[in-house]
Design a protein around this ligand. Structure first.
Ligand SMILES: [Mg+2]
Length: 390
């Protein structure tokens, strides 16, 4: 059966909320994010700032060079989350199948809502209008037979777009797009595809699967399917995150390994706390490091037994850190993450590698959680972090 999936993506969300709430910011190049003098990055840029080439995730200092007249403001995540939940609530009135992807973006499965709400495309249009009317914010909406197509469609005519791609139009819609637009195609895969002359989605779709498999391994078949628009992923409302991570950009680059270790410990505690709060455990521990020249390395290690304690995350992260050549290198950012997340209760496995320190680490974390919940998060921290609190 043909599905109707909508992807709804708010336009320059943080910046638009700020401009809506403060008329003095309207029509001006606005950057929400880290201060330009510091080491932060752009979280969101208004369209007036984007005209100067400012993009999210760009260092704030670079953004300021591109657009010296930009107004910088610190993000107010609590406010954005509030607006976001009202927007998600509007979507939820039309279908129970709403899958938030981030604070300002969600997939909706509108299949089968005709009897209640009429034509599905009209429904998508109505949701967009209702968001505009109630929140005075614009969204770009893509409607298609799959998540892949809906997402590319919402991005097609931003801002304030409304693009519908029918099943019969999918190939014509996808074919001219650069392969990098397919999810799962990162920069390296894209470059390798381009070297084979496969720079458009259409050329990839027409390439024999044997050729792709010979070059890219057994998973290349999935890539070809995606290029042909075959994407059967469901819209799943109970959205479990695929990974959880925390990172820190230093105000000044760090050379001292002991300082990095302390920071890793704090980040491990943060990630572990979020895992436990979500009732999740990580099957893989990840570590990320960015040097002062912006070269970034990531490491991931699969665990015999999934973890949710700060101590366990830290032990793995620190092991990966020590495998890197750090002498004399200046570090700009470190991060810790957990992926391959499983529901805590799913895992009752007994591990051969079980050791008491895991259990002990878990008990310590639980106690810290309790104290933090009761007295606020500053009150409880591991002894070794005491001198790093900022
Ligand atoms: Mg957005």
């Amino acid at each position: 059966m043909e599905r109707t999936i909508a992807h709804i993506d708010m336009d320059a969300f943080y910046a638009s909320v700020e401009q809506r709430d403060n008329p003095a910011l309207r029509g001006k190049p606005l950057i929400v994010g880290g201060r330009p003098g510091g080491r932060g990055v752009v979280s969101a840029a208004s369209y007036e700032a984007r005209a100067f080439g400012v993009r999210s995730a760009m260092p704030s200092s670079q953004a300021q060079r591109l657009c010296p007249q930009a107004i910088f403001i610190q993000p107010n995540i609590g406010r954005y989350a509030e607006v976001s939940s009202r927007i998600m609530e509007i979507m939820g009135r039309y279908t129970p199948l709403v899958e938030p992807v981030s604070i300002d973006e969600a997939y909706l499965d509108l299949t089968g809502t005709e009897r209640l709400h009429g034509d599905t495309v009209d429904t998508a249009r109505r949701i967009k209008a209702e968001i505009q009317q109630r929140e005075r914010l614009t969204a770009s909406v893509g409607v298609g037979p799959s998540k892949l197509v809906a997402k590319l469609a919402s991005d097609y005519d931003k801002p304030d777009g409304f693009v519908v791609v029918r099943a019969a139009e999918v190939r014509a819609f996808l074919d001219p797009m650069p392969v990098g637009r397919l999810f799962g195609v990162g920069q390296r895969t894209r470059e390798r595809l381009e070297r084979l002359g496969l720079s458009s989605v259409g050329s990839l779709a027409r390439c024999p699967e044997e050729v792709l498999i010979a070059h890219f391994g057994p998973h290349a078949g999935d890539l070809a399917k995606l290029a042909r628009g075959e994407d059967h992923r469901l819209v799943t409302p109970e959205h479990d995150p695929k990974s959880l991570s925390a990172e820190r950009t230093f105000e000044t680059d760090v050379e001292d390994v002991a300082e990095l270790e302390k920071c890793l410990l704090a980040l491990s505690d943060t990630v572990a706390r979020r895992l436990r709060k979500a009732g999740l455990r990580a099957g893989t521990v990840e570590m990320k490091l960015r040097y002062d020249d912006f070269h970034t390395v990531t490491r991931a290690r699969k665990q015999h037994e999934s973890v949710d304690s700060g101590a366990a995350l830290y032990r793995v992260a620190i092991g990966m850190l020590h495998e890197l050549q750090l002498e004399g290198r200046k570090i700009r950012l470190v991060g810790v993450g957990g992926s391959d997340l499983v529901r805590g209760e799913d895992e009752v496995q007994l591990s051969l590698f079980h050791d008491d320190s895991v259990e002990r680490g878990r008990r310590i974390d639980k106690t810290l959680d309790l104290i933090r919940d009761r007295f606020g998060r500053d009150k409880a921290t591991r002894a070794s972090l005491m001198d790093t609190e900022d």
